[in-house]
Design a protein around this ligand. Structure first.
Ligand SMILES: [Ca+2]
Length: 271
């Protein structure tokens, strides 16, 4: 999520992602634990987003605006993060807001300091539109941000990222071992999805591996090898970003960008 490449590197980076994704996807076998087997899992956190207007502040906070590309236009307003119709809507547009002179505004929320967990299963059902400069994401960061050092040393788990008008979503691990000096990761795959409808995105995370899923199908397994920062609690982030970093500039005619999230469910394995 924190990839921030000069434009000249973007094409080479995407090619790298593509080659990696293909070879790793082809190497997949059956998941170690059936993603949908309810007899194996206890629900420990959920938000069905079936309310109205604001989010549940017992579970979520606004993701703050700060320097990384994904966070440049985050805005603390129900205009950009709002429940309705059974979903949470994350929006990005170029409306002007008095006293806030950034060219775009977008929405994101996170569970930091309210909910984090170590090992388990995450399932998120979401739908988003496409457009030049768009970057919706469903991802996780360590609750203690620098316990193994600055990014990417303490790890990052990207359950779903999409950029621009691509026909695939990206699922990625960031760590010191996997992420290069330009912010690109070797531990990534790209997966076709149904762009016109909701899809489910998930992981199963344990002490030895992180398995990624799209629509309940295993797409990629990241096995523990060498230094492994994924042995601490992580929290969830949902956001619609864009206009900086990986997706590049926004074509205003493509706005608004919208991501609808139907639910977030987190489970841990029954003892
Ligand atoms: Ca819902």
């Amino acid at each position: 999520m924190k990839i921030n490449l000069p434009h000249s590197l973007s094409c080479a980076f995407l090619l790298l992602l593509g080659l990696n994704g293909l070879s790793q996807t082809q190497a997949q076998s059956k998941p170690s634990t059936d993603f949908k087997d309810s007899s194996k899992w206890n629900l420990i956190f959920e938000d069905e987003f079936n309310g109205q207007d604001g989010f549940d502040t017992a579970k979520w906070s606004y993701s703050p605006r700060w320097n990384p590309a994904w966070a440049k236009f985050l805005t603390h307003s129900e205009d950009y993060v709002k429940q309705g119709g059974g979903n949470m809507l994350f929006r990005m547009d170029n409306k002007s807001i008095a006293g806030d002179p950034v060219p775009y505004h977008s929405g994101g929320i996170q569970t930091s300091k309210k909910f984090s967990f170590q090992y388990g299963k995450v399932e998120v059902r979401a739908k988003f539109n496409q457009g030049k400069g768009s970057w919706p994401a469903i991802w996780m960061m360590p609750e203690v941000p620098h316990q193994y050092g600055d990014w990417p040393k303490s790890g990052e788990i990207d359950i779903m990222e999409h950029v621009n008008t691509e026909a695939v979503v990206h699922q990625t691990i960031h760590s010191e071992r996997e992420t290069n000096e330009n912010g690109a990761s070797n531990a990534t795959t790209q997966v076709p999805y149904n762009a016109d409808d909701f899809n489910t995105y998930g992981i199963i995370w344990d002490a030895e591996k992180i398995e990624f899923f799209v629509n309940d199908a295993l797409t990629y397994t990241y096995h523990k090898s060498g230094f492994w920062p994924f042995d601490k609690p992580f929290y969830l982030i949902l956001n619609q970003s864009g206009g900086a970093g990986w997706p590049g500039a926004i074509v205003d005619a493509d706005l608004p960008f919208e991501m609808y999230v139907d639910y977030v469910r987190v489970y841990q394995i029954k003892k």
